[in-house]
Design a protein around this ligand. Structure first.
Ligand code: SIN
Length: 277
């Protein structure tokens, strides 16, 4: 695909492209929005550098170009910005967001379409994010495994992930119910029409049509398969880099190899639709 208003440089054959020529803090024109959308569909995750002027309002405005904004079911938000999720780790942290492979909030009945993460502070080295293409993971399955998975559904749950997680942010979640949803194991992307694998090690708890032991074994295989390095790209952050991923076809994992350094920023998440087989 060729682009007129952006420069789009792929960083791996499977997924990921670095985009330049756009100031994300400024309102996108129709043409530039269309090209960003096309680039996201083509490359699944886009990386941007030097977006220091992206404040919370312009970050949200950027997200809204792509759809209504999602509010996280568990995390606290900055005052006046319920649609913004802080991503922060420092010497006092006991965990970080996204340390295991996942697609964001796949426990929602309508999981987010995409997430836009802006980090203003990053460690001198470390703190990379890994992204993996679930198109590539599906395509590489054997014909027999594809047939076996066809028509199966999986349960995705938030309870074991979120319960008590944000207590340090002052959140008392007593009495709160976290999302739980059933999605097809193999999903067809609503825009590209491509098939992809839609189970992840963080939220997926079982394949519904299988006995528990068989479900555990199949999920263990699928998680291992989906984490193959040749389906991945690894992003090295700089201060004020932005990553925008299509949450419908990409999983990601945040590395915590920089303790006790600080890594900090904000995520805006765009609502999605029910995944379909
Ligand atoms: C997340 O959204 O899961 C966090 C990703 C990151 O911090 O790199």
């Amino acid at each position: 695909m060729s682009y007129e208003t952006l420069s789009v440089a792929p960083v791996s054959p499977r997924l990921g492209a670095e985009v330049s020529g756009v100031d994300l803090a400024r309102p996108l024109g129709n043409r530039q929005f269309q090209e960003l959308h096309d680039a996201l569909m083509e490359h699944q995750v886009l990386f941007f550098r030097d977006q220091a002027t992206l404040d919370l309002d312009s970050h949200k405005a950027l997200g809204r170009k792509f759809g209504a904004l999602h509010i996280h079911p568990a995390s606290a938000a900055p005052e006046g910005h319920p649609e913004v999720m802080p991503i922060h780790a420092d010497a006092g942290s006991t965990w970080i967001a996204g340390e295991r492979w996942h697609s964001d909030v796949s426990c929602d009945a309508e999981p987010p379409m995409g997430s836009i993460l802006h980090l203003h502070t990053v460690p001198p080295v470390g703190g990379d994010t890994l992204f993996a293409s679930m198109y590539a993971a599906y395509d590489a399955l054997s014909i027999r495994m594809k047939a076996y998975l066809d028509g199966l559904t999986a349960t995705h749950e938030g309870e074991h992930v979120y319960r008590g997680r944000y207590r340090h942010q002052g959140i008392d979640d007593t009495g709160r119910t976290y999302p739980k949803a059933v999605h097809p194991v193999v999903v067809r992307h609503r825009v590209t029409g491509r098939k992809l694998l839609f189970v992840n090690a963080t939220f997926t708890t079982r394949i519904n049509e299988l006995p528990r032991e068989e479900s555990d074994a199949v999920l263990a295989f699928l998680y291992q398969h989906a984490a193959r390095p040749d389906f991945q790209v690894r992003f090295r952050w700089q201060p004020h880099s932005v990553a925008f991923w299509d949450n419908r076809c990409v999983q990601h994992l945040a590395l915590w190899d920089y303790y006790p350094q600080v890594r900090s920023g904000f995520r805006v998440t765009v609502k999605g639709e029910r995944p379909v087989a």
